[in-house]
Design a protein around this ligand. Structure first.
Ligand code: PEP
Length: 248
């Protein structure tokens, strides 16, 4: 059975390294899932050195070059050397606050794969609540095709259905388990149309304000391979319950 993935996106939290140690130290990874913690870049190396046996680590973004004159950027190679095995790409906050477009996501995805990272490719940025199902699918299809442009295979890429209107930053609208399951199937179909049936087993995560009140309804569906969790990952007791769910 494929191992489920639970990704903790800490965003720009917490404020200090000692708080980061405390938060990661409070996590209890479950037997049946892979926990991936994505802290701010400055905390990656100390956290992976201290907790690397208990959990895996990832970046929240990376640049499209491995080194060079890109003030403020972090490259995929640098993430690797700081202990990351994964990286979140195309997150809706990156698209909105950092004007990240589909072309950049494509370049980042290719650079991340070249450096040996496993990307979590977020699809759903820029969408507003109330968008019709057909418009949602058109937008997601466009983002997917642009992101994987030029790739010969999907390789290790994990797809994340992350409708912007569902994340807490942009409203936190509850998405039904039916819709999540339907979109997971849609993403798998997009992947097989583009890369052939061998990618039918691509992992698909849901990233939409999963918390203690909602995770069970998504879990029972069995059509998704895990969650990308934002706010709830900063609340260790709540996050523990989400992780434990996979051991039941
Ligand atoms: C996210 O950032 O993808 C996310 C799901 O955040 P939150 O859980 O805080 O809504």
């Amino acid at each position: 059975m494929k191992k489920r993935l639970v990704v903790a996106n800490w965003k720009m939290n917490p404020e200090s390294l000692s708080q980061a140690f405390k938060l990661a130290g409070a996590y209890k990874p479950s037997r049946n899932s892979q926990l991936v913690v994505c802290p701010p870049g400055v905390f990656l190396q100390p956290l992976s050195q201290r907790f690397g046996r208990k959990m895996a680590f990832g970046g929240q973004d990376c640049l499209w070059e491995q080194e060079g004159a890109y003030t403020g950027g972090i490259s995929p190679a640098q993430l690797r050397s700081a202990g990351a095995r994964y990286v979140i790409l195309g997150h809706s906050e990156r698209r909105k606050y950092f004007a990240e477009d589909d072309k950049m996501v494509n370049c980042k995805l290719r650079a991340a794969l070249a450096a040996g990272l496993t990307p979590f490719l977020c699809l759903g940025g820029g969408l507003s609540a109330g968008v019709s199902e057909s418009k949602l699918k058109i937008a997601i299809r466009r983002q997917f095709r642009a992101a994987v442009g030029g790739l010969k295979s999907l390789s290790r890429t994990v797809l994340v259905f992350e409708p912007a209107y569902a994340i807490s930053t942009f409203g936190g609208k509850r998405v039904s388990a039916d819709e999540v399951a339907g979109m997971a199937g849609f993403l798998r179909r997009l992947a097989t149309q583009r890369f052939g049936s061998r990618v039918a087993a691509v992992s698909v995560l849901y990233g939409g304000s999963v918390d203690k009140a909602t995770f069970k309804s998504y879990r029972v569906f069995g059509r998704i391979d895990g969650f990308l969790v934002g706010g709830a990952s900063l609340r260790p007791d709540e996050f523990k319950r989400i992780l434990q769910e996979f051991d039941i």
